[in-house]
Design a protein around this ligand. Structure first.
Ligand code: NDP
Ligand code: MG
Length: 382
């Protein structure tokens, strides 16, 4: 169970909910880090009194230093500052809720410093899963999932007698705001429509990933690494209500699922209190009020990012890193109004087919493949 927490990405959707959990659970917050939101980070620092804070953006970090001048809180800047928070001696657990590949270096820093990692930053595992898991094992570090589906799977696996008894994972997807739409209908969708998620309020990048179903593809790869299963063992099931957060099937065909109202504070809290459970402010689930739950298969012809991720993990090596890097760039271009919604999958596919990804790789290879994928997308978008 966490006692002293270092929180990376504290100003985001997961970060702010994590602070709510930390406050109610009485955890000590020793580090806070984010990209550039100095105003919110100041407010968080005044409330939680960490020893160390960091902002990647140099100008924002300077501003924060001025704002916190009357305190004894140390202020760092740059990626190096975030990595120092990740490796901070007084923290026992690092919750990484930085968005995107930017989370990789801090995850590696936390592993090297032998911190327990509560991981929301799924891009870390997608891009460099083999390396991250190997280093975590070598350093005796636990990586506890924060992503709701993976937390559900992790919860369902507690008490598993023998890994060989795990037959399959049923990874649920809400289907996002465009569920049921045809390709023709998707051609003209706007950013505002893509940002309107039916069940979850999240950061902009992951909300667009949910609309393309890229998020589920990333989660499939995340599950391969977290649970050591083959991609074929993972079945994606669309479940519109987001009540059943995922399930596991054992060798005797018994299926165990985790259910609850859609509220990220449950998986965040479980990652921080594991293996214990404590009271939570989250609403209780009433199955009788719900009455019915629905399940169906995803439409992979329309939402092509999902099969592209399957293809990437089957190819192995840095293919998932290429797909992730291309998606981060395409997702950003869509949010800036530079490309249409359907172009995201086209660009991701183009990168997967045209950017080389080594089979075995180093840390430097990950960053190089990520950059090559982004460069490809910038060239191909025109
Ligand atoms: P947000 O966009 O809401 O927050 C992102 C956080 O990361 C902010 O604190 C931001 O700081 C910080 N940040 C951005 N860029 C950098 C950088 N280069 N270096 C360091 N910090 C940076 O994202 P979410 O909270 O929605 O998502 C965070 C992660 O959690 C993602 O990987 C996402 O896939 C995953 N996740 C999110 C869920 C959710 O419900 N939101 C559910 C499951 C997983 P600043 O505010 O200063 O820009
Ligand atoms: Mg999820």
């Amino acid at each position: 169970m966490t006692k002293r927490l270092s929180l990376l990405g504290s100003t985001g959707s997961i970060g702010t909910q994590c602070l709510d959990v930390a406050e109610k659970a009485g955890l000590e917050v020793v580090c806070l880090a984010a990209h550039s939101n100095s105003i919110l980070l100041e407010a968080q620092a005044r409330k939680f009194r960490p020893e160390l804070v960091a902002l990647v953006d140099e100008a924002a970090a300077k501003d924060l230093k001025v704002r916190l001048a009357d305190t004894n809180i140390r202020v760092l800047s740059g990626l190096q500052g975030v990595c120092e928070c990740a490796a901070f001696a007084h923290a026992d657990t690092v919750l990484n809720s930085v968005v995107g590949m930017a989370g990789l270096a801090p995850t590696l820093a936390a592993i090297e410093a032998k911190k327990t990692i509560a991981l929301a930053n799924k891009e870390t595992l997608v891009a460099g899963g083999a390396l991250v898991m190997r280093l975590a094992k070598e350093n005796g570090v636990s990586i506890l999932p924060v992503d709701s589906e993976h937390s559900a799977i992790f919860q369902c696996l507690q008490g598993m007698h023998d890994k060989a008894e795990l037959k399959s994972i049923l990874l649920t997807a809400s289907g996002g705001p465009f569920f049921g739409k045809t390709k023709a209908e998707l051609a003209g969708v706007t950013l505002a429509e893509a940002l309107h998620h039916p069940n979850w309020s999240m950061g902009a990048k992951i909300t667009v990933d949910s609309a393309t179903m890229m998020n589920k593809g990333l989660e499939l790869i995340e599950a391969v690494w977290l649970f050591g299963v083959s991609p074929e063992q993972i079945r994606i099931i669309v479940h519109r209500e987001s009540i059943l957060h995922s399930a596991v099937e054992f060798s005797d065909n018994a299926v165990i699922a985790q259910l609850g109202v859609p509220d990220m504070r449950v998986p965040i809290q479980y990652a921080l209190t594991y293996p214990a459970r404590i009271e939570s402010p989250v609403k209780r689930l009433s199955l009788t009020e719900l009455g019915t739950l629905h399940f169906c298969l995803p439409d992979e012809d329309t939402f092509r990012c999902l099969p592209l991720c399957r293809k990437a993990i089957a190819r192995g090596g840095l293919a998932p890193c290429v797909v992730n890097g291309a998606n981060e760039m395409a997702n950003r271009l869509f949010r800036k109004g530079k490309i249409g919604f359907l172009q995201i999958a086209d660009l991701v596919e183009g990168a997967l087919e045209n950017v080389a990804g080594k089979q075995s790789y180093t840390r430097e290879d990950i960053f190089a493949a990520d950059q090559a994928a982004r460069d490809y997308v910038l060239k191909a978008m025109r």
